[in-house]
Design a protein around this ligand. Structure first.
Ligand code: CTP
Length: 425
């Protein structure tokens, strides 16, 4: 095979991505990831391992990347490809990363072009593991993952689901679209970071974060509920930006229809009671908790287990409401871990006398949170939109205005505050 290295890519300023593919059945999904990367303007060098070529042949990688591929360091040795490819890369992503590949990477073993390149790369490295649950959970694999993370690599938690055979469990490669999202964010952050080192780039590594998203619903009968218009997008943006900064993330999602972000453990809930249970249980081991969910303040005081029927042409039910527990206040009143950082959201409207932001600011002390994100809501504002604007209040008194923009930008600003408030790891 000939050199398909970065030299084939003209220097257009487009980000240079190395896509490493190791030998697992999920290698076929890497073809979709490659497509997403090339179609969005990245220069991609594909480095399959010999084992990967048993699953997807070199012709597929060459055709989809537009460049020849090779697996060894001897082709075009005069160009020293393993050094050139690694040095020039802006991002290396290995998907799927098998247990064997993670072991080699953790131990610095270099016996093919991909593993050599992993040693010469000075850019962010993302591993998307895929393997059987037993292999993923094996202490050897977990130790290798811990080593890689400690060195600043990003190892995405595998998804839970159907594996090669009929079996299911943790070990599945996340969907290519979701791995692509992580790559996009990692690249954006790396490129914006300038001189920041790898440690600063993945500044949530080793942190366990708990996030709530969406809106709770309170059932009246088997077909009706009281709910709100939250889409969950802000909470999902918080989850995926945290993964791209190295965190382990648990997302409690209330009635959302968004795809599971790569590397995130998603717990689905419907009612406030279910959300409360999940949050209080998961908070025990969380370094930071972010309550981005729109929690229903009230619920009907009774539930009809059959559908409410109109008795005649004028009858309508009178619904009595009771207040729900305030989950955020419970979390701050009983911090499950010393130094745990707790973030609240307040969605406000102007009340005629005071601005929404002023109303929101008061909640910082009232809720006992470390960080409060206040945004103004209205019929056309915030809900369901990919964009958001807000003011972030920190317990020390600092105020940060985050202008109108993608919910990811607000999410990163929230994590900047969390990083500043967390005690040293
Ligand atoms: N929240 C909560 N439990 C509730 C209601 C709200 O944990 N039962 C959390 C939300 O997730 C959010 C914060 O509290 O982080 C603020 O929610 P908001 O609706 O703005 O405040 P309310 O408590 O409902 O106050 P208000 O009386 O002004 O509506």
């Amino acid at each position: 095979m000939t050199d398909g290295a970065a030299s084939d890519h003209p220097d257009t300023g487009a980000p240079r991505v190395v896509l490493g593919v190791s030998g697992g059945i999920a290698a076929y999904k890497a073809a979709s990831l490659l497509r997403l990367l090339t179609e969005s303007g990245h220069h991609v060098t594909v480095l399959p391992t010999e084992a990967a070529l048993h699953f997807v042949g070199a012709a597929t990688w060459a055709a989809l990347s537009g460049h020849p591929v090779h697996t060894d360091v001897w082709s075009d040795a005069h160009q020293v490809p393993h050094v050139r490819i690694g040095r020039r890369a802006d991002l290396v992503v290995v998907a799927p990363a098998t247990a064997g590949l993670l072991a080699k990477a953790a131990h610095g073993r270099a016996d093919d072009l991909l593993t050599n390149t992993l040693l010469t790369a000075r850019c962010p490295v993302v591993f998307a593991p895929a393997m059987h649950t037993e292999m993923w959970e094996h202490p050897a694999t977990q130790a290798n993952v811990a080593t890689l993370r400690a060195r600043g690599s990003l190892v995405i938690e595998p998804a839970v689901g159907r594996l090669t055979g009929a079996d299911t469990g943790p070990g599945r490669l996340p969907e290519p679209e979701e791995i692509f999202e992580v790559c996009r964010r990692v690249l954006a952050r790396w490129q914006a970071g300038g001189e920041a080192g790898l440690a600063e780039f993945a500044d949530l590594t080793g942190r366990r974060l708990l996030i709530s998203a969406g809106g709770t619903r309170e059932p009246l009968d088997p077909v009706r509920y009281l709910g709100n218009r939250s889409s969950g997008r802000q909470g999902y943006a918080l989850a995926s930006t945290a993964v791209a900064r190295g965190a382990e993330v648990v997302l409690v999602a209330a009635n959302t229809e968004l795809p599971d972000p790569a590397g995130v453990k998603v717990i689905r809930v419907r009612t406030t009671a279910q959300l409360r249970d999940a949050m209080l249980t998961e908070a025990v081991t969380a370094d930071a908790v972010v309550m981005a969910a729109a929690v229903a303040d009230f619920r009907p005081d009774s539930y009809s287990d059959h559908k409410l029927k109109k008795a005649d042409d004028t009858w309508a039910p009178i619904v009595h409401l009771v207040q729900n527990p305030h989950v955020l206040r419970e979390l701050t009143a009983n911090r499950a871990k010393p130094g745990q950082v707790i973030v609240g959201f307040a969605a406000e409207t102007d009340d005629g006398e005071r601005r929404a932001v002023e109303i929101g600011r008061d909640k910082l002390a009232r809720y006992g949170v470390d960080v409060l994100v206040v945004n103004e809501v209205g019929v056309d504002k915030a809900f369901g939109s990919p964009d958001n604007e807000a003011v972030i209040f920190a317990a020390g008194g600092a105020e940060t205005v985050v202008g109108y923009g993608p919910k990811e930008a607000l999410a990163d600003a929230v994590w900047d505050h969390v990083v500043a408030a967390l005690p040293p790891a």
